[in-house]
Design a binder for this molecule. Structure first.
Ligand SMILES: [Zn+2]
Length: 145
């Protein structure tokens, strides 16, 4: 339990440690504390959003060049293929790894861990988390349970 002075009227108030609670000043009604703990929902929403944005980034052109009378548009996959066709295999591989494969593995791995946690299948989530970096994941698991 903490004691906080209201910024509106300087009344001293004891705040509870409950999560998900908005504390208001009983005298003036000012918001004293707003808990931001959302558990597993926020990272799961970010991972889902990231996967959707990743799909959009892969399928939409990110570069357009006017040549002659026409416009040539390039998406990420076609850019990687063009690098390979131009015998820039090292650069094409690097672009493929850093812009396509690694982000996809990270996002799907996050979903693979977070979805069982959200569905209260913690045993499966712990098993999956141990195959990744346990230092990063254990905090999330312990907060949720
Ligand atoms: Zn107040």
């Amino acid at each position: 339990m903490r004691i906080l002075a209201c910024h509106g009227c300087d009344l001293l108030i004891r705040l509870s440690d409950e999560s998900g609670v908005v504390s208001l000043c009983p005298r003036c009604g000012s918001v004293l504390q707003r808990s931001r703990r959302t558990g597993i929902d926020r990272p799961l929403a970010f991972a889902l959003c990231g996967l959707v944005l990743f799909a959009i980034a892969l399928t939409n052109p990110f570069l357009a060049m006017k040549r002659g009378g026409g416009v040539q548009e390039t998406t990420l996959p076609t850019g990687i293929i063009e690098l390979w066709k131009q015998r820039l295999c090292g650069l094409g591989s690097l672009v493929f790894l850093t812009c396509a494969l690694i982000p996809l593995v990270q996002l799907t791995g996050l979903l693979y861990i977070l979805a069982p946690l959200r569905l209260h299948m913690a045993a499966l989530a712990k098993l999956v988390a141990e195959s990744f970096d346990p230092r990063l994941i254990w905090d999330v698991i312990e907060e949720d349970s």
